[in-house]
Design a protein around this ligand. Sequence first.
Ligand code: HEC
Ligand code: HEC
Length: 266
Amino acid sequence: MRFLTAKRRGRAARPALLVMALLLMGALYAAVAPAARVSADTGSSQQVAEGKALFRVTCSSCHGMNGEGTEQGPSLVGVGAAAVDFQVSTGRMPMANPGAQAPRKHNTYTPSEIAALAAFVATLGPGPAIPLPEQYSGEGLSAEELAKGGELFRTNCSACHNFEGAGGALPNGKYAPSLNGVSGKHIWEALRTGPQQMPVFSSGVLVDDDVRAIVGYLETLHAQPSSGLTFGALGPVAEGLFAWIIGIGGLCLLAVWIAAKGARAR
Ligand code: HEC
Ligand code: HEC
């Protein structure tokens, strides 16, 4: 009898232990993840050498051994580190197959690989550098600044990206993508480098504070609870945490339940 109760307590304790382990791992992930995202933009000579080697393997077939361009891809001289960071971290580059438009897709490069590629391309000619958070962060803006952001968005962007930033079709099978969930950093980089059909908005047209106003405006626009359950307001780290606990935690609990059921059936 004593043996039985001990066993039963053991069975109940197991899922609780698992949940605790998952919480711990989630917390660890949250603590470590932001540090990994810091990108070095200084371009040490070793980083440039690494970037050059990687570039020659994965990018040169279209962009040439020294980024001079080929029939398959444009010259990258003077596009700047920001263009590389944007294109590679949104998964557009390396382009899989030359089509109407390189789509946003899952990026398979590590932050340090991207930083190395960017540092190498930056040595080819002067261009926009990878921005710092104070250049693109939409946080802590006043209501007036947000309203100005909305105005700037409607005059400069909505023709292609739609009034709510939901995106829209363009001629010849091209399209302006939805801006929902696009990071402030990628918005800044897209403006300064003008990917594909998008015009370049230089700092002469929109100063960094204007970009921040637009970023802040888009964040408030997309934070409105119109699209069901979103973790947008909590940021990407929280999202990862939720995915861990709800996704993997759920699976583990299911496994424990199945095992318990199986044991009982026996
Ligand atoms: C299959 C060919 C192909 C490969 C491989 C490729 N690219 Fe590209 N890349 C292109 C094409 C084509 C464009 C132009 C897209 C457009 O503007 O429509 C482009 C555009 C770019 C741009 C934007 C240039 C600008 O003017 O802003 C950058 C930056 C870039 N590529 C970087 C890279 C890097 C880095 C790699 C390797 C990781 C890579 N590409 C691999 C074909 C390729
Ligand atoms: C002439 C049409 C046009 C205008 C005007 C325009 N864009 Fe774009 N935008 C595009 C196209 C086309 C793309 C897709 C480029 C690609 O896939 O490489 C794009 C891409 C982007 C992206 C990248 C999104 C992603 O999925 O990574 C951002 C951010 C962006 N635009 C923001 C803006 C903002 C902010 C403005 C106004 C200041 C603006 N755009 C004005 C056509 C436009």
